[in-house]
Ligand binder design. Structure first.
Ligand SMILES: Nc1ncnc2c1ncn2[C@@H]1O[C@H](COP(=O)(O)OP(=O)(O)O)[C@@H](O)[C@H]1O
Ligand SMILES: [Mg+2]
Length: 287
């Protein structure tokens, strides 16, 4: 393993990008993503999250600065982009922008077939990817007959079928009901357990706090803050300043601490479940 392969897998160095109509996409944005980590990208609408993701898989190209994968600047040739997109999978926010085949199986097969893989390998990958997102029973269904949440899962399967090293999801929870969000979180956890690097854009600070290892905040086209998720309770004033919200469980923990209902010095909980456990310990009350 070379040094560049050790931690950072994907890096943006000082990249700037403006849309042809003058829309500010990114301005001297520097950010790096570590291998095997779960990263959440937060930021208000228009902060540049989608633009940044489109730079990651070469759909957009920076006008200055560079994007590096494993320490190597992206290669924007046809072949380079094909390789890049097999290594970095991007799931768009709107599934209808991603799905275009008639059936689920056809759609999920498209990427690996395009890579020129043998048909038996493609078949295996499609089966495994559909299974990973719990959509095996829907393989022969027409895409247009799926619900929004099912379409999202098919999009993820289509990207997984490319066997990427990095999975990027643009606001994956948007538009999903609570049960589907829980299911998707479980899918992401399983992929992370298998070693995949996962980056998501989200507006949900509670989910980010509970799920992510690392938090990046984008503001006006640049990365304005990077924290380990466990640091969030210490930077609540910063979170408020960025307008991205504060994890409710951390706030509640602070109130309970002030009221003496949890023990000072106990680890700050990241989920309601962990918080209830702490309250149970001190009060003897079982929830
Ligand atoms: N297709 C586009 N054409 C022109 N400007 C765009 C386009 N997409 C995004 N922008 C501009 O780029 C900036 C970043 O947008 P975007 O990356 O979509 O942010 P986010 O995903 O964080 O909401 C915004 O100022 C937005 O208006
Ligand atoms: Mg966006």
């Amino acid at each position: 393993m070379t040094t560049s392969q050790s931690r950072v897998i994907l890096e943006m160095r000082d990249i700037s990008f403006r849309y042809p109509n003058g829309g500010r996409g990114l301005e001297q944005c520097s950010i790096s993503f570590e291998r095997g980590m779960r990263t959440a990208l937060l930021g208000l609408n228009g902060a540049g999250k989608t633009t940044l993701f489109l730079q990651c898989n070469g759909v957009l190209r920076p006008q200055s600065g560079e994007v590096l994968l494993d320490g190597v600047p992206l290669n924007y040739s046809r072949l380079g982009l094909r390789t890049l997109r097999s290594r970095i999978g991007l799931v768009f926010q709107n599934p209808d922008s991603q799905l275009f085949s008639a059936s689920v199986r056809e759609d999920v097969s498209f990427g690996p077939l395009n890579l020129g893989l043998p048909i038996t390998v493609v078949r295996d990958r499609v089966e495994q990817s559909l299974a990973a997102v719990g959509m095996s029973d829907f393989a022969d269904r027409p895409v247009h007959a799926l619900s929004y949440g099912q379409k999202k899962r098919v999009c993820i399967a289509g990207v997984l079928a490319m066997a990427p090293e990095v999975l990027i999801l643009d606001e994956p929870m948007a538009g999903l009901d609570a049960a589907m969000q829980t299911e998707l979180a479980a899918v992401l956890d399983e992929l992370h357990d298998k070693g995949m690097t996962i980056i998501i854009a989200t507006h949900d600070i509670d989910f980010a706090y509970q799920w992510a290892d690392r938090i990046n905040v984008l503001e006006a086209g640049r990365c304005a803050a990077t924290w380990d998720a466990i640091e969030l309770p210490q930077v609540i004033d910063n979170l408020k300043r960025f307008g991205i919200g504060v994890p409710k469980v951390a706030e509640l923990h602070r109130h309970l601490l002030d009221a003496g209902l949890v023990t000072a010095g106990s680890p700050i909980p990241r989920s309601h479940h962990q918080l209830l456990q702490q309250v149970s310990l001190l009060s003897g009350f079982r929830f």
